[in-house]
Ligand binder design. Structure first.
Ligand code: LLP
Length: 454
C-alpha cells in the first residue's frame, strides 16, 4: 500500500529522529485542529483546558466517540448486528454513557466493568462477558444482572457456570470462544488468537466443548466467538478467522447444534503515527458477503477503534535536560499515566499545543528555542519511563504537549506508582467541557492504608 499524501507531508523520519508537522498531522485525526495556532479539540482549546484543569490531563471528544460507533453501526446496517464496546479500552462512566445512549452494548471482562455498565443504565441483554479467569462470584453477579451472553474460554468455566446457574435456578446463555490459530500480525503481547496464547478453546476441540456444554442443563448455547488480537491494520487475518469460525458453525450443525449469533471480537487498529489502517467500511466490505450468507446475528467488540483517537493526554514540559548524547524533556505525565510506550514500545504522536505560527507571533526571535531531538520522559524512577523517543521539537520549559491516540488503553492502564495521583479526565462536546473524573488527591492515595498496630 502507498502512503497517503497527508501522512507523507505530516511525518518525516530523519537521522536525528521523527519530525511530525502538527498542523498536517491533526488533519488526519477527527475533531482535532489548530485554531489561531492553538490545538483545539472539537471547539475547546487546549489552552482553556489547561487553565481550567491543569496537567497532566486526559481529554475526550464526545463527537469522535459517537462517530466511531456509528462507523460500525452504519457499515453493518445491512445485517442484524450489535456493537458491544470493549469496556477495557476506556471505562470512564461518561464514555460508557455516551455509547449506551447511542445504542451500544458492552463487552466486559470483570465484575468491576459489569458494575460500571449497570451504573450508566446499559441494557444488560446487550452485554457479553469475556475473559479467561471469571470467578464464580463474577459469574453469579452477571447472571443476576441478566447479561446477554457469557463468552466461555474453558471447559472448567462451562462447569462452574453451570453450577452457579443451577444454584440461582436460571439458564446461562453461552458462546464458546474459539482460538482459530490465526496470526494477527500485531505486537506479541496483544496477539490473542494463536495456539500459544492463553485465550479461547482450540479450534480442533471446539465441537467437543460444545457437546460438553450441551450436556449441562443450566447452559443455553447461543453463539460462537473469537478475538484474534488488537491493533490489527490488515483485514486478511479477520477474514481468515471468520473462515475458521464458519467451518466450525457448519461442523456444529452436523452434530445438531444451531447457533443464534457469531461474535467476531474487536481488534481493528487505529492511526497512531503513520500506520496504514483499514477503515471500518473496508472491514465491513470484506466480511459482509460471508456474514450475509451465514444468516446469524453478528456481534463485534471494538475498543480501541472507538475511543483511541477520541482522546489526547495533555502534559507540560517541566524540566529540559539537554546533554551531549541525548536531550531529555521531562514532562509531568509519566509511564504511570500512560504505559503503552514503556510496555509495548508503542509509538504515539507528541505534538505541541501551540503551532509554529503561534510561536512566531508570540515569541521574540531571540527567545525562540531551536528544534532538537528530544526523548519525552516522565519523572518516574525507571529508565523505561518514556512516552516517546527522538522526537524533533522546539521546546521551552512550560510548553504543553499533546499525546494523541490516548483515548484507548490510556487512563485505564494508569497506576499510582511513585505515589503519583492520576490525571483528571475531561469530556468535550462542541464548546462545552466537563471534568468526568477528578484529579486524584495525594491523601486519597493512602486512604485505604493503616499503620500496623501489633
Ligand atoms: N474483545 C476481547 C475479548 C479482547 O480481549 C479485546 C482486547 C477486545 C475485544 C478489544 O480489542 P480492541 O478493539 O481494543 O483492539 N492494552 C493493549 C491492548 C490490549 C487488548 C486486549 N484485548 C494496548 O494498549 O495496545
Amino acid at each position: 500500500m502507498t502512503m497517503s499524501n497527508t501522512t507523507q507531508s505530516a511525518i518525516e523520519y530523519t537521522e536525528d529522529g521523527l519530525r511530525i508537522e502538527p498542523e498536517a498531522f491533526v488533519k488526519q485525526l477527527p475533531n482535532l485542529s489548530y485554531q489561531q495556532g492553538v490545538l483545539t479539540i472539537e471547539a475547546v482549546s487546549a489552552d482553556d483546558l489547561v487553565k481550567h484543569y491543569g496537567t497532566p490531563l486526559y481529554v475526550y471528544s464526545k463527537q469522535t466517540i459517537l462517530d466511531a460507533y456509528h462507523a460500525y453501526s452504519d457499515s453493518f446496517a445491512a445485517i442484524e448486528h450489535q456493537v458491544c464496546y470493549a469496556v477495557k479500552a476506556n471505562s470512564n462512566l461518561a464514555v460508557l454513557k455516551v455509547l449506551a445512549q447511542a445504542g451500544a452494548g458492552f463487552d466486559l471482562v470483570s465484575a468491576g466493568e459489569l458494575a460500571r455498565v449497570l451504573a450508566v443504565g446499559a441494557d444488560p441483554s446487550k452485554v457479553v462477558f469475556s475473559g479467561v479467569g471469571k470467578t464464580a462470584a463474577e459469574l453469579k453477579a452477571a447472571l443476576q444482572a441478566g447479561i446477554g451472553c457469557f463468552n466461555v474460554e474453558s471447559l472448567s468455566e462451562l462447569d462452574t457456570l453451570n453450577t452457579v446457574a443451577a444454584k440461582l435456578g436460571v439458564q446461562a446463555p453461552i458462546s464458546i470462544r474459539v482460538n482459530p490459530d490465526v496470526d494477527a500480525k500485531t505486537h506479541p503481547y496483544i496477539s490473542t488468537g494463536l495456539k500459544d496464547n492463553k485465550f479461547g478453546i482450540s479450534h480442533d476441540v471446539a465441537v467437543a466443548a460444545y457437546q460438553h456444554a450441551q450436556q449441562l442443563e443450566h447452559l443455553n448455547i447461543v453463539g460462537i466467538d473469537c478475538h484474534i488480537g488488537s491493533q490489527l491494520t490488515e483485514i486478511d487475518p479477520f477474514v481468515a478467522a471468520l473462515d475458521k469460525v464458519i467451518e466450525l458453525i457448519e461442523a456444529l450443525k452436523h452434530v445438531g447444534i444451531e447457533l443464534e449469533h457469531v461474535d467476531l471480537g474487536g481488534g481493528l487498529g487505529v492511526l497512531y503515527i503513520d500506520e496504514e489502517v483499514a477503515k471500518v467500511s473496508e472491514f465491513a466490505a470484506a466480511l459482509l458477503p460471508k456474514l450475509q450468507q451465514l444468516g446469524l446475528k453478528v456481534l463485534f467488540e471494538p475498543g480501541r477503534s472507538i475511543v483511541a483517537n477520541a482522546g489526547i493526554l495533555l502534559t507540560k514540559a517541566e524540566v529540559l535536560k539537554p546533554t551531549k548524547h541525548k536531550n531529555f524533556a521531562i514532562v509531568d505525565a509519566a509511564m504511570n499515566d500512560l504505559i503503552r510506550p514503556a510496555l509495548y514500545q508503542a509509538q504515539m504522536a507528541v505534538i505541541p499545543t501551540h503551532s509554529q505560527s503561534y510561536a512566531n507571533a508570540h515569541t521574540s526571535a531571540d527567545d525562540k528555542p531551536n528544534e532538537k531531538s528530544w526523548d519525552i520522559v516522565g519523572a518516574v524512577c525507571e529508565t523505561g519511563d518514556f512516552l516517546a523517543k527522538q522526537r524533533l521539537l522546539s521546546l521551552a520549559v512550560g510548553d504543553v504537549l499533546a499525546i494523541t491516540g490516548a483515548g484507548a488503553y490510556g487512563f485505564v492502564m494508569s497506576s499510582n506508582y511513585n505515589s503519583r495521583p492520576r490525571p483528571a479526565e475531561v469530556m468535550v462536546a462542541a464548546d462545552k467541557h466537563q471534568v468526568v473524573r477528578q484529579r486524584e488527591k495525594i491523601e486519597q492515595l493512602y486512604e485505604l492504608e493503616s499503620v500496623f498496630e501489633g
